[in-house]
Structures are given as structure tokens and as C-alpha cells.
Design a protein around this ligand. Structure first.
Ligand SMILES: [Zn+2]
Length: 385
């Protein structure tokens, strides 16, 4: 039993005595005392009131000390960014938003990233020494192990750019990078579905993608492209050419721009995904029909994913999810029709509750998970032990 094993028990926030920790782990009381001492010196565990006792001095209780350190999480989109500073329990201590253009390139955008970290720490009245990690979501494919974007289509100048290295010139802490839909999956789970181990988050906006959590771990795949649903071929896509050059991709028939073209062709004045959502909310019959049709197209791919991954929850998020039940109804219709009965028996298909906050919360979660991982706890313990 290592120090990180003791810490793992205490991470649920429930206070325990040394004796309870010894019972739960089977370790000697003296070993427990030494491990708890290391965690207290790291500031990660703190005394938590006194336990009820049958007499004499009450035994000390210990629990995770979420306020000990902070992380910064950021969701950097194509034209907009949200950043937040949170403690180790995910409590948001301050937030900033900004309009920015990812196409301005890494120097400009990361200049904002670095300056906003300083502003957030100042807002939360925390010294720079309290910052232990930064998590950033970007709107394109990322090699998670190096933090470098890989041929991102809407991010000119970012290909293979060393994003962590840039941020670390000012803040020398771990900097974790992932694509936007992966962090949205982490954020949704962390905030609303912490007990769900098998979850698929589907973002439907200008593009379509999925963040896949299986066995409670985010699945990135060998090259980090797992969950790229947008370019799976669907039955209704015959003859429709996608921006990727292939024909019949899901994105080419069911993402925001496809709905804008379909409705424009019907004579409606609509220019953006947001415009489509407004028409649906206003009760426009053609828009409702198109969104429901898009839902069925998405459902075709989700049905396959459900058969392969057997998730217990499928969350639908992204700008088009704001069109509400019509999109979900189309997805549900096809998924329940085409997936195996056993796979859908307890399956829930729900709208994102984290909404626009999913990405920033997930970026912070990614940073916290890194800092509190067994490897990181062992490394930190060796420094004070
Ligand atoms: Zn495509």
C-alpha cells in the first residue's frame, strides 16, 4: 500500500480516523500514521473535526482538503473562450470569458490564455504557487500526450504547435490539452453524472463529434481521434459531398451548416446554427422537421456506437442541442429501433445539463485528475517523505 492508495480512499471527501483507514486497508496503524503525515505536509489532506468517542480525547478525523490548491481550466472555441479557476474539488472560484478568433494563431490566442491565468488567480486571491495544473480544450484534433494540435482544419498556424511549452514559459506547471468534445464529456460527467462509468457525449454544432468514457476512463484511441462521428457515412448522405472530400458523411447532412442550407433552400432566412435553433423555438414547422430528420441521421450512427460500447447514458450537447426535444426525439427514434434490446434496456438519451459550461468544467477536471493521479501523488510524496 502506497501513500497514493490512502489518498485514493480519502478522495471521496468522507472524513476517516487513522483506525478506520487501518481497517479499510489492512495496513499497520504506524504505517497509516506516516502516510497521512506525508499527505498533510503536502496540504492535500487536513484534519476534519473530531470523531465521537466513548471517552477521553476524540480520535482525529482526516479528509481531502480541496481548497489546498487550484487549477485553471479553459474551453477555447473557434470564436469564444471561457476560463475558470477551480479548487481540487471542482468548485469554481472565478470565471472569465472573451471573444477571440482561433484563426489568429497560437501566439495571439495563447497570449490571452497566459494573461487570463494571472487574472483568475488574482480574482480568487490565490498566489501563483497554489496553481498546480492547467487544462485546455481546443476546437480540433490534439495529440493528448504532447499537447500538440494535429492538422486542425479551422486552426491555421496551430499544426504541431507546442501549446504546453508556450504556457509553461510563464507558468511552469503541467499543462494538459485535449479536443473540445473530450473535455465536454469529462465536464458533464464530473458535474452531473459522477457515478456513470460508461457515457458518450455527443456534440452537435458546426461539426459532430463524441467524447467516449468507458469503464470510467476517457477513451482517446491510438491517435487521439476516437469519437470522430462526423465523417461516418450515413444512408441519407448519398450524393452529398462533405468538406473532408468524402461523400455521405453524417456532418454533411446533420450538422448546423447542413440544416442552414436545407432551410435556406426552402426559402427561410437563416444564416447560422443559432438561427436554426431560434426557428425551432419559434415553432417553425420546416425547421422542426429538419432538426428531427438530422436527429434520425445522428441516431443511425449513435445506434452503432451503442451496440459497440454499451453506454448507460448518451448525452447530447453542442449548439444544436439547444433545439431541445426535437433533436433528441429523432435520435431516440432510431437508436431504440436499431440497437440491441439488451443495450437499450437501461439506456438514457438526455440533453446536456452542463450546457455551455461543460467544456470549461471538463478542462478543470482533466487538470485535477492529472494532479491527483497515483503517479503524481507518489512523485509529490517522494519530495516530502
Ligand atoms: Zn466528411
Amino acid at each position: 500500500m502506497r501513500t497514493s492508495d490512502i489518498f485514493d480512499l480519502l478522495r471521496d471527501g468522507r472524513p476517516r480516523t487513522r483506525a478506520q483507514l487501518a481497517d479499510e486497508t489492512g495496513m499497520a496503524r504506524s504505517t497509516i500514521a506516516a502516510r497521512v503525515d506525508v499527505l498533510m505536509r503536502l496540504g492535500l489532506v487536513a484534519p476534519s473535526g473530531g470523531a465521537r468517542s466513548t471517552g477521553g480525547r476524540p480520535p482525529s478525523l482526516f479528509a481531502l482538503n480541496p481548497a489546498a490548491r487550484v487549477v485553471v481550466g479553459m474551453d477555447v472555441g473557434a470564436t469564444h473562450a471561457i476560463a475558470a479557476v477551480t479548487d481540487l474539488g471542482g468548485t469554481v472560484l472565478g470565471e472569465r470569458q472573451a471573444a477571440l478568433d482561433i484563426a489568429d494563431g497560437p501566439e495571439v490566442v495563447l497570449g490571452w490564455v497566459v494573461s487570463v491565468i494571472g487574472e483568475l488567480l488574482a480574482d480568487a486571491k490565490r498566489p501563483e504557487a497554489d496553481l498546480v495544473a492547467v487544462g485546455i480544450g481546443l476546437p480540433g484534433p490534439v495529440e493528448h500526450s504532447t499537447g500538440r494540435p494535429m492538422n486542425p482544419p479551422i486552426m491555421p498556424g496551430w499544426d504541431r504547435y507546442d501549446v504546453p511549452g508556450h504556457v509553461q514559459r510563464t507558468y511552469p506547471v503541467p499543462v494538459l490539452i485535449d479536443n473540445d468534445v473530450n473535455i465536454m464529456a469529462l465536464g458533464e460527467r464530473g458535474a452531473y453524472l459522477p457515478d456513470v462509468d460508461d457515457l458518450i457525449f455527443i456534440k452537435v454544432a458546426t461539426g459532430i463529434g463524441a467524447g467516449i468514457i468507458s469503464g470510467s476512463r476517457l477513451q482517446r484511441g491510438a491517435q487521439g481521434t476516437a469519437g470522430d462521428l462526423g465523417h461516418v457515412r450515413v444512408g441519407t448522405g448519398d450524393g452529398v459531398v462533405c468538406r473532408c472530400g468524402n461523400e455521405g458523411c453524417l456532418e454533411a447532412v446533420a450538422a448546423g451548416p447542413a440544416l442552414v442550407s436545407a432551410l435556406t433552400a426552402k426559402g427561410l432566412a437563416v444564416a447560422s446554427t443559432g438561427g436554426v435553433v431560434e426557428l425551432v423555438r419559434g415553432g417553425d414547422a420546416s425547421a422542426v422537421q429538419e432538426v428531427r430528420r438530422a436527429g434520425r441521421d445522428i441516431g443511425e450512427v449513435v445506434a452503432t456506437l451503442v451496440n459497440v460500447m454499451n453506454p448507460s447514458v448518451v448525452v447530447i450537447g453542442g449548439r444544436l442541442a439547444d433545439a431541445g426535444e426535437h433533436l433528441l426525439a429523432g435520435i431516440r427514434e432510431i437508436v431504440y429501433q436499431r440497437s440491441l434490446p439488451l443495450a437499450t434496456e437501461h439506456l438514457q438519451i438526455v440533453a446536456s445539463r452542463a450546457g455551455a459550461q461543460a467544456g470549461v468544467l471538463g478542462a478543470a477536471t482533466m487538470a485535477v485528475e492529472h494532479v491527483l493521479s497515483p503517479e503524481a501523488i507518489e512523485a509529490a510524496s517522494a519530495g516530502v517523505g
